[in-house]
Design a protein around this ligand. Structure first.
Ligand code: AMP
Ligand code: MG
Ligand code: MG
Length: 315
């Protein structure tokens, strides 16, 4: 587990440099995957780099990446990262993690989260996400922000890398508590709909921050800019939530669906990794329960029914 994390921290940071390099070339070569669902050259290159590097170092892990890419061994070889972060390697993990076998780990890769905002130039919304699940639960995550502090210029950026392991700790980011007595909610900027609006209205927030990226929104919760991330909609996938969930949980927070149920991170043969029942993330358990309680039942029912209809139409 430690070696996988040390590798993923180095790999995420190298993927971040590729994302910055590609932005500088100005050739994003955007492909439409659906409504407000894009893929750029940066998404493709970052995924190649991450998947090729982790597959080579840890061939027995199951790796699920967001992008469907053609095999190109030559491109993969050029992008390989073979380093292990020294600071991570120096840690001593709890015994339960020392005994984890490579084949028990599933790795969830979102090479570039927040692509809709990336193409619009909202660079601080972009993260590289590498999440790790064990027996269906998110246990570790690496979150890299390639454009951290970019407002002072794109030159000399190194980004920042944060990682967390549930039951052990979180590194690279300092959590800040949120004030009581008001409620600031963060939600999607580019995938809004009626159910999201209805659930947010029911929470009566004092402020709503509409920004991109699941990784970015969880960072807002961790760093004390929002009390909760509320997304009462399908559309996000396991690779959007695994790394952010693990980071938040390693700090005592929670990320669940809108009914409070944990997201199941098992590898599926049908390749369907939608989080049909949405996302609620918050830094503290009491607040989390309160938000789950206040989500309108009709919104929960609509999401559940849409999920059932979706499953029926597939059969
Ligand atoms: P957002 O908060 O809109 O940035 O969404 C967080 C993550 O979930 C991003 O990776 C989005 O691409 C993904 N996502 C959310 N809703 C949808 C949707 N309706 N279609 C495709 N991707 C979505
Ligand atoms: Mg994403
Ligand atoms: Mg992505």
């Amino acid at each position: 587990m430690l070696r996988i994390l040390a590798s993923a921290v180095s790999v995420a940071s190298k993927a971040g440099s590729e994302v910055r390099r590609i932005l500088e070339t100005g050739k994003l070569d955007v492909v439409d995957k659906g409504i407000q669902d894009f893929q750029t050259e940066a998404d493709r290159t970052a995924q190649r780099l991450i998947v090729a590097s982790l597959t080579r170092a840890f061939p027995k892990c199951t790796i699920v990446g967001e992008e469907n890419l053609d095999v190109d061994e030559e491109a993969d070889r050029k992008l390989l990262s073979t380093s292990f972060d020294e600071e991570v390697l120096a840690k001593v993990l709890p015994k339960e993690y020392e005994e984890v076998r490579e084949e028990d780990i599933t790795i969830w890769v979102d090479p570039l989260d927040g692509t809709a905002e990336f193409v619009k130039g909202h660079l601080d919304h972009v993260t590289v996400l590498i999440g790790f699940s064990l027996r269906g639960k998110a246990v570790a995550g690496v979150v890299h922000q390639p454009f951290y502090n970019y407002t002072s210029g794109l030159q000399n950026l190194t980004g920042r890398t944060m990682w967390g392991l549930v039951g052990f700790g979180c590194f690279g980011v300092s959590p800040k508590p949120m004030p009581d007595g008001k409620l600031i909610v963060t939600t999607t900027a580019s995938h809004n709909n009626k159910d999201i609006d209805e659930s947010i209205a029911a929470l009566k927030p004092d402020e709503v921050l509409r920004v991109g990226g699941a990784g970015h929104k969880v960072l807002l919760v961790i760093e004390g800019s929002a009390h909760a991330y509320v997304f009462a909609s399908s559309g996000s996938k396991r690779w959007d939530t695994c790394a952010p969930e693990a980071l938040l949980k390693s700090l005592g927070g929670q990320l669940t669906d809108i009914t409070g149920k944990e997201i199941e991170y098992s590898h599926r043969l049908d390749g369907n990794y939608q989080n049909y029942m949405g996302i609620i993330a918050s830094a503290n358990r009491d607040l989390h329960s309160r938000i789950i309680r206040d989500i309108p039942q009709d919104v929960v029912d609509r999401l559940a029914n849409a999920n059932n209809d979706g499953l029926r139409s597939k059969i």
